[in-house]
Design a protein around this ligand. Structure first.
Ligand SMILES: NC(=O)c1ccc[n+]([C@@H]2O[C@H](COP(=O)([O-])OP(=O)(O)OC[C@H]3O[C@@H](n4cnc5c(N)ncnc54)[C@H](O)[C@@H]3O)[C@@H](O)[C@H]2O)c1
Length: 260
């Protein structure tokens, strides 16, 4: 039986990368998908690809940092598919300008906190009433390995750490409504954005053998780096009813990076 049969799932930032892989996997597992994405071209393309494979999908232009936009996306979801069961907050990411606190430009704080933390909180704020209306649901938030280690990305690490705290608060506040909330902490995942960031060091990254970033101890990372599908599989487990006893947790999906 399909693991997400009859469920309606919103995936933010699903135009590319991990969100795209997750949207396709959730659709294969029977979910109807809302691509809540800021980029119309990529968002529409993923929705079209999913519809082409015979599953239900709708692109809704969404800026997760904008309250009115998020509210409208949730309303449109319920209007179109009649319910909401899964929210996967995937939109996010670090920017190259992130740095230790004594040097970082304060604009990095505004951008990163808005996209990663406020975006996640806003989507939950408007999705939760719709989930309660649907009899419960599963929220899958996206944190990162950087929430669990000291890194030079002071702002991004703080935002992703906040997502873990927020996830635990969600879990304790809404369990009685049948809503679970968990987070994923990926290590390095080879999305196009990450490939662009590493440039000519990519071969080293793909072999997993090179020491690419001082903050990430690549030489101790024998499983190499992740692919978007590796993280999508974790999101599927957390979204599906088979994880019904998992609530307020985070799952590291970093090949063991955070264990060293
Ligand atoms: N790739 C990694 O190595 C890695 C590691 C750990 C955690 N993560 C986290 O996983 C998530 C996905 O990462 P990725 O590498 O697939 O990202 P990505 O940059 O490939 O894709 C992000 C998507 O979000 C969309 N987006 C950006 N701002 C938005 C907004 N305001 N509203 C709606 N959509 C918006 C972009 O258009 C894009 O489609 C992020 O939260 C990231 O922090 C990624």
């Amino acid at each position: 039986m399909a693991r997400l049969g009859d469920k309606v799932a919103i995936i933010t930032g699903a135009g590319v990368g991990i969100g795209r892989a997750t949207a396709k996997l959730f659709a294969q597992e029977g979910a109807k998908i809302i691509i809540a994405e800021m980029n119309t071209d990529t968002g529409e393309a993923v929705a079209e690809e999913i519809r082409g494979s015979g599953s239900g999908a709708l692109f809704i232009a969404t800026d997760v940092t904008d309250s009115a936009s998020v509210e409208q996306t949730i309303a449109q979801t319920v209007k179109h598919f009649g319910r909401l069961d899964v929210l996967h907050n995937c939109a996010g990411g670090s920017i190259p300008e992130d740095a230790p606190i004594d040097t970082v430009d304060w604009d990095v704080w505004d951008h990163t906190m808005s996209l990663d933390l406020k975006g996640t909180m806003l989507c939950c704020r408007f999705a939760i009433p719709a989930m309660i209306q649907s009899g419960g649901g599963s929220i899958v938030n996206m944190s990162s390995v950087v929430a669990l280690q000291g890194t030079s990305l002071h702002v991004y690490s703080t935002a992703k750490g906040g997502i873990i705290s927020f996830t635990k608060s969600l879990a304790s506040s809404y369990a009685k409504e049948g809503i679970r909330a968990n987070a994923i902490c990926p290590g390095i995942v080879l999305t196009d954005r990450v490939k662009g960031r590493f440039g000519d060091k990519l071969d080293e990254l793909e072999s997993g053998a090179g020491k690419v970033l001082s903050t990430f101890r690549m030489e101790k990372y024998p499983f190499g780096v992740g692919q978007p599908e590796d993280i999508a599989n974790v999101a599927l487990f957390l979204a599906a009813d088979e994880s019904r006893m998992v609530n307020g947790s985070y799952i590291s999906a970093d090949g063991g990076m955070s264990a060293y």
